[in-house]
Design a protein around this ligand. Sequence first.
Ligand code: C2E
Ligand code: MG
Ligand code: MG
Length: 256
Amino acid sequence: MQLTNDLRLALSKNELFIEYQPIVDLKTANVHKAEALLRWRHPEKGLISPAEFIPIAENTKLINEIGSWVLTQAIQQCAVWRRQINGRFQISVNKSPIQFYDRRPEHVDWITLLAEDPQLERAIVIEITEGLLLDATGQVKARLESYKENGIQVALDDFGTGYSSLAYLQKFDIDYLKIDQSFVANLETVLDNRVLCRTIIDMAHSLGMAVIAEGIENKVQKDILLQAGCDYGQGYYFSKSLSPLDFEAYVNINNN
Ligand code: C2E
Ligand code: MG
Ligand code: MG
């Protein structure tokens, strides 16, 4: 209850901030993508994990306001990094199902903003999870289609942990599959995980999607995924999530 009350004020008290985790092109080792990850620095409790506060934000619907803020920040940051790092820089933003069911036309503004600025074409990728597609109403489908029409790409997060109904991969226009970290962990020792990763990559490519592997923690895992044809990787082996300044320093050292 206390945490819920605190979260209500967190945005106006500037306690929320965003870190960016590099998404690495496995073939070139360059970083032209990042995932925006929300952080909450609580005045007494210190850093609170999104795993703990996102569910609270969802239950109270605060996620609508917070989510809009994350998106606005990410768009501004992407505009800067498109000038500074790469003209096609992309930032992916996690979007909760609750936000899709919000009936207010809250995000028409950012869609228009992105659609009207040629510098921001394909700047934002929206990360959704399998659950959203499983019981997608007309409203969800309409929103996903409006993304497509306005140059906003869609990634399917944590792939393989939900129902993994393959029917919706055809039904919805998905640009990226993100292989869940549970398949990437132990990739070097568990043969089954290696088979699953390779199968997911082949299937995604056949359907015209690019693949991002999450939770890469060592070089062996990276090499196995690269060899299996995986397009992008994300994980502590490359970098944890970083402040914008640290991200810029990382890219300066890392990119060719
Ligand atoms: P996610 O979208 O699947 O994000 C990936 C999570 O894996 C992040 O945790 C990231 O820090 C962590 N991670 C990255 N590399 C590694 C690795 O090599 N090993 C391990 N063990 N973990 C790694 P984080 O930042 O704690 O976020 C947890 C979840 O909270 C996210 O999972 C996402 O579902 C949610 N979340 C974060 N920010 C937002 C947001 O702005 N909006 C919404 N709706 N959800 C968010
Ligand atoms: Mg994500
Ligand atoms: Mg994930």
